[in-house]
Design a protein around this ligand. Structure first.
Ligand code: HEM
Length: 216
């Protein structure tokens, strides 16, 4: 059997799936409010209640995960905000790699490549924006000035368009792109082959190999 490396721990995978499901519920029930032609679906308020239930799960899941996985959380946040010259190199070389498979200019990557880190940063920032603006719309609907509420709706909508579009790209790369054939395995089973790790996450693989976390 080929050697395997652990990419995502069980708690991280559970958080990912709980967040994905709640995000999709929030996206679909948000879409009903966003597109006037779908307004009739929101008339009896069922979708609004479902939006709020989705929001509670979306907010509580990381609040449970963070204290139980503090080291992984710190590492993850540091990665999201660490950018350098090799990220520029990755962004320049990525179109040739993703469209024609030519990887000669791709700089070696850590546990997340530049594109994955960009998505991760958007998840963190948009998650905070959704939570702050959503809670204000929810709990200050009758007390906040109308202009503030209008701004909250506008910012919530911008985050919806940005994060929703990026989610579609994320799903395409994770499930359908022929070169990303172990991404699904990583987030479903937790492991990827050592060969894939060496090729796509060389810097991270070196550290893992040193600490002997490679299983056969
Ligand atoms: C995470 C915490 C979130 C909270 C607390 C929250 C809360 C809310 C609330 C209270 C409203 C107003 C609903 C109404 O009019 O009755 C709303 C609207 C909306 N939400 Fe969220 N939401 C959250 C996350 C999300 C996410 C993740 C998405 C999409 C991916 C989303 C998309 C929308 C959209 C598109 C609207 C309609 C805004 C408009 O009227 O133009 N929300 N949200």
């Amino acid at each position: 059997m080929s050697q395997e490396v652990e990419k995502y721990s069980k708690p991280t995978r559970i958080l990912h799936w709980v967040h994905l499901v709640s995000f999709c519920i929030l996206f679909l029930t948000g879409l009903v409010l966003f597109i006037p032609q779908l307004g009739f679906l929101a008339q009896d308020s069922v979708t609004r209640v479902i939006h709020r239930i989705g929001a509670v799960v979306f907010i509580i899941a990381p609040l449970i995960y963070i204290p139980m996985n503090w080291q992984a959380t710190k590492r993850g946040i540091k990665e999201a905000f660490s950018w350098g010259a090799s990220d520029i190199g990755w962004l320049k070389a990525a179109p040739r790699y993703y469209f024609s498979g030519d990887e000669k200019d791709m700089p070696p990557q850590g546990s997340m490549n530049t594109g994955q880190r960009l998505w991760w940063l958007i998840v963190l920032v948009s998650g905070a924006i959704f939570t702050i603006t959503g809670l204000i719309m929810w709990f200050a609907k009758t007390s906040a000035p109308a202009a503030v509420l209008q701004w909250m709706v506008f910012i919530h909508d911008v985050a919806f368009i940005l994060a929703g579009t990026m989610l579609l790209l994320h799903i395409y790369l994770g499930l359908f792109h022929p070169l990303m054939n172990e991404a699904w395995k990583a987030i479903y089973k937790g492991n990827i082959s050592a060969e894939y790790a060496k090729k796509h996450h060389a810097k991270w693989y070196e550290e893992v190999a040193k600490s002997k976390e490679v299983k056969s």
